[in-house]
Design a protein around this ligand. Structure first.
Ligand code: ATP
Ligand code: MG
Length: 393
């Protein structure tokens, strides 16, 4: 895009739009409102976390024409908080408002088959995989894809729509249990660690990166992200940032995005997936960075200069799942001991205002800050203990 075609920034006081009412939308609202914007959220759920804090909650489906019209009439620029928004809706909105990220980029990312092919094509390594449309594709899949993971091509998150399969027979059964939807079958790789890169790219092509977080997953769900502010990014993190930039440029991406990576036991870096939005592994930026990933998303949506991404301190982010509302011994519901969490120096609690705690549901997170990573880890183990969640530094 040449500079002449970049629209002028949208000033504080004006309206920004958000498609999706989950916690990412809620934290976006908070960041936008603290910069003086008003936010309209489109989400069908009357109880949605973002709808509850938005200046206007349009209660309509993501493809509801009247809802989309209301959103684009109100808002000069619109963004999203999840990848499954119909790309067609983004296209519709783009005729009247700025839409960041654009429909084209989101359409690639929301389909694992297109996403993997795109990443591979620009020369960033991905796990060996095959696109699976029929049981015959499983019969024809390379032997090296077993043991593997069958992942639904669309609508998966937090390990949902995924099955680990040791054999072709298990893969066929998993495909059937997913209702025969399009999938990717990818080889189960020997991971040494996982990291992610959260970055933002403006309409002028300028890009900024946050220090990459080291991520630990439990049962396919992110559990812990750690950032050591004192250690400059290792070679592998620089390689990851370069790969993320190539991906963002290839998509002509405007907005905040995250690329999840695997580091294999032999040291190779593999891109896992792209999130076209702020990411759970970037929640640490809310307290440990000059600008949070949500402020960054506001800046990009509004066409403002990108914010600083430097770390203010080291940090351990602990996810709070609905499980902590259940007593392990009795299985009965209980209220987590928030005072004990907040008594830990450096603990910054963020809860998403979800009314019902369910096992595996993301309810909030705690950013535990420290001058050194050892301080942050020490304090995080106290927070984890107070919540009754496992934590091995
Ligand atoms: P999320 O929305 O939380 O990112 P998701 O449902 O999109 O999850 P993935 O990111 O594909 O799922 O996988 C979740 C986790 O499962 C990964 O972070 C990793 O720990 C593990 N995993 C996924 N694919 C592989 C693989 N090919 N080899 C080994 N482990 C894998
Ligand atoms: Mg993932």
């Amino acid at each position: 895009m040449n500079e002449a075609s970049i629209p002028p920034p949208i000033s504080p006081g004006d309206w920004l739009g958000m498609i999706g009412g989950g916690q990412l939308g809620r934290m976006y609202c908070h960041a936008a409102q603290s910069l003086g914007y008003k936010v309209a959220v489109l989400d069908p759920d009357p109880q949605s976390p973002a709808g509850a804090v938005a200046d206007l909650h349009i209660r309509a489906a993501y493809d509801d024409q009247a809802g989309l019209k209301q959103l684009s009439e109100r808002c000069k620029a619109i963004t999203t908080e999840f990848e499954n928004v119909p790309a067609q809706s983004l296209e519709t909105l783009a005729s009247a408002s700025l839409v960041r990220p654009g429909a084209q980029a989101v359409a690639v990312v929301q389909d694992r088959i297109r996403e993997k092919a795109f990443i591979k094509n620009i020369g960033v390594p991905v796990a060996p995989y095959a696109a699976i449309h029929t049981p015959q594709d499983i019969d024809a899949a390379a032997e090296g894809l077993f043991p593997g993971i069958l992942k639904a091509a669309r609508l998966g998150y937090d390990g949902k729509g995924q099955a680990r399969v040791k054999t072709r027979e298990e893969a066929r059964q998993a495909l059937e249990s997913f209702g025969g939807v399009a999938c990717v079958l990818e080889a189960l790789l020997p991971l040494a660690s996982e990291l992610s890169v959260v970055m933002a790219r403006g309409a002028d092509g300028q890009a900024v990166f946050y220090p990459s977080a080291r991520n630990e997953h439990r049962d396919g769900i992110l559990a812990v992200s750690t950032v050591d502010a004192r250690s400059p990014d290792q070679a592998i993190a620089v390689q990851a940032a370069n790969a993320a930039l190539a991906i963002a440029e290839g998509l002509e991406y405007v907005g905040v995005l995250c690329v999840e990576f695997f580091v294999l036991q032999d040291g190779r870096l593999i891109a896992n997936e792209i999130a076209p939005r702020p990411h759970n592994s970037g929640h640490y930026t809310m307290n440990a960075s000059v600008s949070s990933q949500f402020e960054q998303q506001v800046r990009v949506t509004a066409g403002l200069p990108l914010g600083g991404t430097a770390s203010l301190c080291s940090v351990v982010m602990l996810n709070i799942l609905g499980d902590v509302w259940f007593d392990d011994a009795t299985g009965l519901k209980r209220e987590p001991d928030w005072p004990a969490v907040l008594a830990v120096p450096g603990a910054k609690l963020h809860l998403y205002g979800k009314s019902e705690a369910r096992r595996g549901r993301k309810m909030g997170h705690v950013n535990v800050l420290g001058a050194t990573v050892a301080d942050a880890v020490g304090a995080a183990s106290r927070v984890a203990h107070a919540l009754g969640i496992p934590f091995q530094p």
